[in-house]
Ligand binder design. Structure first.
Ligand SMILES: C[S@@+](CC[C@H](N)C(=O)[O-])C[C@H]1O[C@@H](n2cnc3c(N)ncnc32)[C@H](O)[C@@H]1O
Length: 212
C-alpha cells in the first residue's frame, strides 16, 4: 500500500457502532448459541451437580451440557419447543430444586429489543444482578455468556465484581449467531463466559482463560 495506491480501502472503513449488526433483532432476543461456545466453557470449568438453563430457547446450550453428563433443568419465558415455557427468570426466587449451577446466554436486550415488553436498555445488568443473587442463595455456580466489551462498562464491572467471580473464559473466535448463507456477516463481537462460584476463595482474583 502507498499513498497513491491505498490498497484494500475496506480496511479503513469506519467500524460499525457496537450494537448495529445490520439485522433486525429477534423477539425476546432469541439467538441459539453454537455448540462450540458451550463446549469451550465446559472445557474450562467443572459444574457441581445438575444445572439450570433458565433462558433455554430451543435447547442449543442445554443439550451440550447434557451431553457432558449433567442433568439440566431447562426453562424459558417463550415456548420454543424445548424445556418448560412460561417461566420468567426475573420472577424466580430460587434455583429449581436440586440445581447447583446456572448456565445461560441471557437476553442482551439492546438494539431496541425488549424483555417482557419493557424497553430493555440495561436489562442485562438487571438480569445479571438477579442471577448473582440467586446463585449466592444457592451457594452455587453461575456461567453467563456476555459480550467482551460489556465487562468494561462502569456499572457492569462493579456488578460483576460484587459476586464470587472465579473465571473469565475469553472466546478467541467470534460467534456467528445465525447463518444466512453468503449474506451472513462475520461475527461482530467478541464474547466471554463469566463464571462465578460460591466456593471460590473470597478475595482471590479471578483467573482469565482463553478458549474456543
Ligand atoms: C439469546 S437467547 C439464548 C437461548 C439459549 N440460552 C441459547 O444459548 O441457545 C435468549 C432466550 O432468553 C429468553 N428470555 C428472554 N427473557 C426471558 C425471561 N425474562 N425469562 C426467561 N427467558 C427469557 C428468550 O425467549 C430467548 O429464548
Amino acid at each position: 500500500m502507498t499513498l497513491d495506491d491505498p490498497g484494500n480501502v475496506a480496511e479503513f472503513r469506519e467500524p460499525r457502532p457496537i450494537h448495529i449488526s445490520g439485522y433486525e433483532r429477534q423477539q425476546n432476543d432469541f439467538y441459539p448459541t453454537p455448540a462450540w461456545v458451550t463446549e469451550a466453557l465446559l472445557d474450562c470449568v467443572t459444574l457441581r451437580g445438575p444445572a439450570w438453563e433458565p433462558c433455554c430457547g430451543d435447547g442449543a446450550m442445554a443439550r451440550v451440557i447434557q451431553d457432558r453428563g449433567h442433568r439440566v433443568v431447562a426453562s424459558d419465558l417463550v415456548d420454543r419447543g424445548y424445556g418448560e415455557h412460561g417461566v420468567d427468570f426475573l420472577a424466580a426466587r430460587t434455583f429449581p430444586e436440586g440445581c447447583q449451577s446456572m448456565v445461560t446466554n441471557p437476553p442482551y436486550g439492546d438494539g431496541g429489543g425488549s424483555v417482557k415488553g419493557v424497553h430493555a436498555r440495561g436489562a442485562l445488568l438487571g438480569f445479571t444482578h438477579h442471577a448473582i443473587k440467586l446463585t449466592e442463595q444457592a451457594d452455587g455456580q453461575l456461567a453467563l455468556l456476555v459480550r467482551f466489551q460489556w465487562l468494561a462498562g462502569r456499572k457492569a464491572a462493579s456488578l460483576i465484581s460484587s459476586g464470587p467471580l472465579s473465571k473469565i473464559v475469553v472466546l478467541r473466535r467470534r460467534i456467528r449467531w445465525f447463518d444466512m448463507g453468503p449474506m451472513t456477516n462475520h461475527g461482530q463481537h467478541h464474547h466471554a463466559w463469566l463464571f462465578w462460584d460460591c466456593h471460590h476463595e473470597r478475595g482471590k482474583p479471578p483467573e482469565m482463560l482463553f478458549a474456543g
